[in-house]
Design a protein around this ligand. Sequence first.
Ligand SMILES: NC(=O)c1ccc[n+]([C@@H]2O[C@H](COP(=O)([O-])OP(=O)(O)OC[C@H]3O[C@@H](n4cnc5c(N)ncnc54)[C@H](OP(=O)(O)O)[C@@H]3O)[C@@H](O)[C@H]2O)c1
Length: 310
Amino acid sequence: MRVFVAGATGAIGLQLVPRLVAAGHEVHGMTRSESKRALLSDLGAVAVVADALDADQVAEAVGHAKPDVIVHQLTALTGVERYTERAAAPTNRLRTAGTDHLLSAGQAVGVRRVVAQGVAGFGAYARSGGSVKSEEDPLDPAPVREMRETLAAIRHLEAAVLGADWTEGIVLRYGAFYGPGTSLAPGEEQFELVRKRRFPVVGDGGGVWSFIHVADAAEATVAAVEHGSRGVYNVVDDDPAPVAEWLPALAQTLGAKKPMRVPRFIGRLFAGEPGVLMMTEIRGASNAKAKRELRWRPAHPSWRQGFAAA
Ligand SMILES: NC(=O)c1ccc[n+]([C@@H]2O[C@H](COP(=O)([O-])OP(=O)(O)OC[C@H]3O[C@@H](n4cnc5c(N)ncnc54)[C@H](OP(=O)(O)O)[C@@H]3O)[C@@H](O)[C@H]2O)c1
């Protein structure tokens, strides 16, 4: 198939492009930078330079490639050290306007499938009921103020992709990425914070996280490109775990001292309300549907071994 990857040079894109190429697909990879053309060519893709927020440029890029499938992996999270709505605003634009431009361009050339990056963690699912959510479970009906715009942008992306009746719209709700190119990798920001004992457990550390190695995320994405059906899939590992469990285990893996514990009000001072929710209230996700329907299995079924191999 001919596959157009928007976000081809990001953490997930760099894992995805070579896998699509190896599977025999003709890949067109989008970037804003002329200077990244060579990187994409080296990975076996046709490089396309365009700004995802410019409708005309996207229409031209997609119109020229005439893909069978569009993959949307656009975010703007490089350099975002701590979540705020202000820091998330560029990513939110990619999830709203960026999604709309890709869909319009795709409809014009009749793409048969659109696979887009969704979110399983970050408080997307309701913070009540069971600790591990399936795709059927409700999203948070009352997000806190500081997360409202971001969750609205994620929902816009989902509604637009799933509601496109002219194509097979697929949303992959990924868990928290770790591994090469992410901030959860040796020498990178989050691992370093843990190593330096500057990533404390907040409150009871009861927030449940679902992780996914970026290579596994890319494998699931290839499966969705090739044989996914319209709908949502959680793309997470087999081992959702509360912060109180995974954070000390990660510290141990990194040879660091046990993380400090701080009460919620201290956590709020440093990480804001979203940070506190991530540490205490968010829910994990189940990958049963992705395993069953995409016939996919994570090569790193648990972060317990995965972090050590990252
Ligand atoms: N589920 C998760 O845990 C999750 C999800 C997403 C990101 N993250 C984290 O966020 C950090 C940064 O993510 P990242 O490496 O994927 O980088 P990023 O800075 O978020 O960029 C991702 C991709 O989007 C493209 N892009 C951004 N704005 C664009 C625009 N206006 N037009 C065209 N393309 C545009 C970039 O292309 P060019 O820069 O080449 O133009 C790049 O290919 C990593 O630590 C990652 O793990 C985590």
